[in-house]
Write a protein that binds this ligand. Structure first.
Ligand code: AGP
Length: 617
């Protein structure tokens, strides 16, 4: 999730582009770049780091000009560095392009363009797009607009782009599919951006560009500004101008009161992004380049050791259940802070998997270095591209969850579990430990999860009502069995870290070995009791705590009647495979914790005593 902004008009573009990038920095902040047109040429500058680093870099340079594009990056393809930063030039530096999204088929397109004599400087999917546009334009002697249209008809994936060219310094071309793009309509100017935050200062008149539409914005010195919108089939579309009635703060959070709630609602898109180019539902295949490149390491592994902290450790525990059930490889899950100091046994045929959203957690990084230095093959599952942990591991898979601003991890957890499921399925296929029909059942079910999460998110208001009942509870217990046990731990952690209520997660059957002593009519007990796996067992566990007057809040499968009857409160979620319930059922757990914390007036996005990335041990 990057931030893009473009300007064409009568004012100087640079200051508008820079204030726009600052507004979009919450979308990505590992590198930035700008390109303006003056003195008959394009001038492109890009740096590693934040927008302020870019501003320092261009100080003293001629940044005048009435047209320009700028970008703040959240790396997905290619490390965060100056070369991979945007904008990217075409072969002869006469077209510049910025992009937010993922071009899934960039590899085959790149190979073809190289055969056609094109040269590439970066590792990005984006450079392939600008080269493709330029190749088509030159090959067919086409207008830039037509070349953009034909190029976009060849790409698979998500994009929001802005393109300018030396040959027409009065026109910006924008297009989108899957990634957001909005046009600010000014008196004699247009501002194009990933969201309305860069626009509010200049205009309240906006056009939200629709799927697969191309906008051509031209502002010539002696003419009225001109905007045309067409689709990929070159059919003219009438723009729908809307009036912005909202504040900047609200816009940054996409209209949500907190980044945490915004990130909870982003999960369907995030999971679709984590599947992009990895699941081919038509061919019923799963492909992860890191696993394909190092499959032998996994298939020959004596064991897999997953190491992580906090929420990532909970995702790791779900990963253990998935890999052991599907690929029949033994998995151990280690708290990184313990693993690094207990002088662990590390064998050369061990695979160590480090899971970290930030990729900077000190304990997990140390565990990675320890395992690598003792000869294990180390594989990372991270969100922040180019962070320390991805740099120290032998290989890995990025979860593509986009920036996670709220300290309490939500969308990173579901994306981590989805990637772990893809890894388990890939290894199972390679080992032949899952038959074809079971494989396709799980892949198809996995592919429907984003829709089922969208359905589950509709329970938000109901859960917000629940939360009012438990606002002043002092303790909570969370129970689950099988795949739902790590989820019980995660639900308890979410509540603890943002509402400051003491909460514990337990394997439900463990209750009678002690914790059941805590149960009385004051104790709220959240039970993840979906009707797969040991359903009868969890029903009897509920009866045990019910007998001690515990107040049952259950997460049940739609249509369940047994647990519903035993519950004081229940939340129904769509049915899915037992191994996929953690991705679905964590949504109501996230929402319950969120609403209780809001009711208690807590600082949900920046809870006390916590940091988003724990870089000290
Ligand atoms: C989770 O909500 C917390 N922010 C925390 O437990 C977090 O999961 C832990 O610090 C690990 O962070 P990482 O995934 O960035 O390594």
């Amino acid at each position: 999730m990057c931030g893009i902004v473009a300007y064409v008009g009568k004012k100087d573009a640079y200051p508008i582009l820079m204030s726009g990038l600052h507004r979009l920095e919450y979308r990505g902040y590992d590198s930035a770049g700008v390109c303006v047109y003056n003195n008959n040429d394009l001038h492109l500058y890009k740096t590693l780091g934040k927008v302020s680093d870019l501003e320092r870099f261009v100080e003293g340079k001629d940044m005048s000009g009435h047209i320009g594009i700028a970008h703040t990056r959240w790396a997905t393809h290619g490390l965060p560095n100056e070369i991979n930063a945007h904008p990217h030039y075409s072969e002869f530096s006469d077209i510049a392009l910025i992009h937010n999204g993922i071009i899934e088929n960039y590899s085959p397109l790149k190979e073809e363009l190289i055969k056609q004599g094109r040269h590439f400087t970066s590792e990005t999917d984006t450079e392939v797009l600008v080269q493709l546009i330029d190749f088509i334009r030159m090959d067919g002697d086409l207008t830039l607009e037509e070349a953009v249209r034909q190029a976009l008809s060849q790409v698979v994936g998500a994009y929001a782009i802005a393109v300018i060219s030396k040959d027409d310094p009065y026109t910006v071309i924008g297009a989108r599919k899957g990634s957001p793009l909005v046009i600010g309509v000014g008196e004699d100017e247009y501002i194009l951006a990933s969201d309305a935050t860069p626009l509010v200062e200049y205009t309240k008149e906006v056009i939200y560009l629709e799927e697969s539409h191309i906008a051509v914005m031209t502002v010539k010195p002696d003419a009225k500004p001109k905007l045309t919108i067409t689709n990929l089939k070159n059919v003219r579309k009438t723009p729908r101008v809307q009036t912005l009635e909202t504040s900047l703060e609200v816009l940054e959070k996409g209209g949500y009161p907190h980044f945490m709630l915004k990130e909870i609602y982003e999960q369907p898109k995030v999971i679709r992004d984590s599947f992009r180019g990895r699941i081919n539902i038509e061919r019923n295949t799963v492909a992860l380049s890191g696993i394909i490149d190092h499959q032998d390491k996994f298939l020959k592994a004596r064991r897999i050791i997953i190491t992580a902290c906090g929420t990532s450790w909970h995702a790791g525990l779900v990963g253990k259940y998935l890999i052991e059930e599907l690929a029949r490889i033994p998995v151990e899950v280690e708290y990184a802070s313990e693993y690094r100091y207990r002088h662990p046994i590390v064998n050369k045929d061990d695979v160590v998997m480090a899971i970290s959203q930030s990729g900077e957690t000190a304990d997990t990084l140390a565990a990675v270095n320890l395992a690598r230095d003792n000869g294990a093959f180390v594989y990372g599952i991270c969100n922040v591209v180019g962070a320390s942990i991805p740099r120290e591991t032998h290989s890995g898979t990025y979860i593509h969850a986009g920036p996670e601003i709220g300290v309490a991890s939500t969308k990173a957890f579901t994306a981590q579990v989805c990637v772990l499921t893809l890894i388990a399925l890939s290894l199972a296929k390679a080992k032949g430990t899952v038959d074809a029909s079971r494989f396709s059942t799980i892949v198809n079910e996995l592919y429907t999860l984003p829709d089922k999460i969208e359905k589950t998110l509709k329970l938000n208001d109901k859960i917000a009502d629940f939360a009012k009942i438990f606002t002043y509870s002092r303790n909570f217990l969370y129970l689950g069995r099988g795949y739902n046990y790590p989820l019980a731990l995660e639900g308890a952690l979410k509540l603890k870290e943002i509402s400051y209520i003491h909460a514990e997660g337990y394997p439900a059957a463990e209750m009678k070995h002690g914790p059941i002593a805590l149960v009385d009519s004051e104790m709220p007990i959240v039970v993840i009791a979906t009707n797969q796996g040991n359903y009868e067992k969890i029903v009897s566990n509920i009866q045990e705590v019910k007998a001690r007057k515990g107040r049952i809040i259950s997460i049940i499968t739609e249509g369940d009647t047994t647990v519903k009857a035993l519950s004081d409160y229940y939340i129904e979620i769509p049915a899915t495979e037992a191994m996929l319930v953690p991705v679905l059922a964590c949504v109501p757990l996230q929402l319950l914790a969120y609403h209780i914390a809001v009711q208690r007036g807590c600082n949900v996005d920046q809870p006390r005593n916590l940091a988003k990335s724990v870089t000290v041990e």
